[in-house]
Design a binder for this molecule. Sequence first.
Ligand SMILES: *[C@@H]1O[C@H](CO)[C@@H](O)[C@H](O)[C@H]1NC(C)=O
Ligand SMILES: *[C@@H]1O[C@H](CO)[C@@H](O)[C@H](O)[C@H]1NC(C)=O
Ligand SMILES: *[C@@H]1O[C@H](CO)[C@@H](O)[C@H](O)[C@H]1NC(C)=O
Ligand SMILES: *[C@@H]1O[C@H](CO)[C@@H](O)[C@H](O)[C@H]1NC(C)=O
Length: 483
Amino acid sequence: MNRREILTWVCCATVAAALVLASPAAALGVNWGTIMSHPLLPTTVVQMIKANGITKVKLFDADSWTVSAFAGTGIELMLAIPNDMLKHISSDYSHAQDWVKENVTKHDYDGGVNIKYVAVGNEPFLSSYNGSFMKTTFPALKNIQKALDEAGVGNRIKATVPLNADVYNSPESNPLPSAGDFRGDIHSLMVDMVRFMHSNGAPFVVNIYPFLSLYQNPDFPIDFAFFDGGGRTLNDRGHQYTNVFDANYDTLVWSLKKAGVSDMKIIVGEVGWPTDGDKHANTENAKRFYDGFLKKMAQNDGTPMRSGHMDVYLFGLIDEDMKSVLPGNFERHWGIFTYDCRPKFPMDLSGKGNDKYLKRATGVQYLPEQWCVLNPDVKQLSALGPNLDYACSLSDCTALGYGSSCNDLDRGGNASYAFNMYFQMQDQDVRACNFEGLAIITTKNASRNGCLFPVQIVSAAGPSAVASARALLVAGIAAILLL
Ligand SMILES: *[C@@H]1O[C@H](CO)[C@@H](O)[C@H](O)[C@H]1NC(C)=O
Ligand SMILES: *[C@@H]1O[C@H](CO)[C@@H](O)[C@H](O)[C@H]1NC(C)=O
Ligand SMILES: *[C@@H]1O[C@H](CO)[C@@H](O)[C@H](O)[C@H]1NC(C)=O
Ligand SMILES: *[C@@H]1O[C@H](CO)[C@@H](O)[C@H](O)[C@H]1NC(C)=O
């Protein structure tokens, strides 16, 4: 492909869907999302975060149980207001005051929680939201910042809006970072908003996903998604770009410059690589991405337009088995840790390339070592399809899809996988392993050929969480049958 095509992907088709202490690891943050059926105790997870030297955490809400677990740890927190609350917060200043009182100042005492940012919404201007949060985001941001100021914490705690990299781009006719600017439909809104945040000393938080550049464009030059070169470089006014991440970041730098806030602080709110659910999503690629990225972070080189230290939050901490798979099956596999908080592959957060596994969570309790599989004595398999669909619609079968870790199972293997996922989701309730007599419980490990048949953990949220998880899945995900 020619250079112009590459540039187009770099700048325009990138996404559609994300202090410096002694050691570089200390500068890294992680995103901790909790859209999962079997969460661990917040204190267990926080302990694991601490044990691995991670000093910054970004949350997607302000759940009091979770936030409290950070008390006394010194870990820096970014709390969040979900998009579905923006209307409420924007509609009345007192709602913002209440939010700040209940979710910030309550935790903000000596020896309490080290809250640094409040994220107002999450990627609210995503193109695929069709402008749903266009009217409420900026007013909500202003209300929250004012409430923080009036509570006397505004000098330490800043309100910001994490945005997807699709809020800026370069024209197709000139697809270079230097041609970057905010998206046409939100241009004046973005300019007003970044100026407001800049005047408050708040950062611009942007989510950048090289994986999605690759996923969304079959012709994307694969090496350009990683940091180990591969020969391709992109020249923009004498600046050489060797990876899509830098080019994307600098497209933002140029956009901010044009908005009159060229010195605005930038935080990468989400960056990472999924390990399953797509042909490019595997531990090998994830390791390659993180190795390059962490080394880059350790070198503190920054990008051609912004040299120096970069503030980043990896996405994400733990796999989330109940995330919507509308963007793709990989959505449930972004964790650097598995559902039970084991590290997936060796990584060195200090960027020195020492291949070691991160420390796993301690005290994780598992359900008994048993699996639900297709009964080998069953010969009449006509009822398999509907039962398999049912099991998958109420659990997570994203590992079965094309290019995924369990894609080479035969029909019976698919059924066993689906039955087991459902059985585990239901906390191994014996009634959840029937499927019209097709299934049996076995104590023989059913995993095969790199395809893990998991045994669930004891959920800290208790059985009621599984029930509500089930209701959610029925409501939201049943439509997306895999099989
Ligand atoms: C505080 O945050 C929680 C969790 O995000 C939310 O459910 C609650 O409504 C918030 N409190 C107020 C007063 O808005
Ligand atoms: C946005 O519009 C598209 C096309 O009209 C539609 O399919 C989609 O459901 C809409 N999304 C939202 C969040 O409204
Ligand atoms: C197993 O399920 C996957 C995912 O739907 C599908 O691609 C594959 O063809 C199935 N295998 C068989 C043998 O039915
Ligand atoms: C089952 O086998 C797989 C693959 O060998 C392994 O990773 C997993 O830990 C085993 N599960 C249990 C509960 O022993």
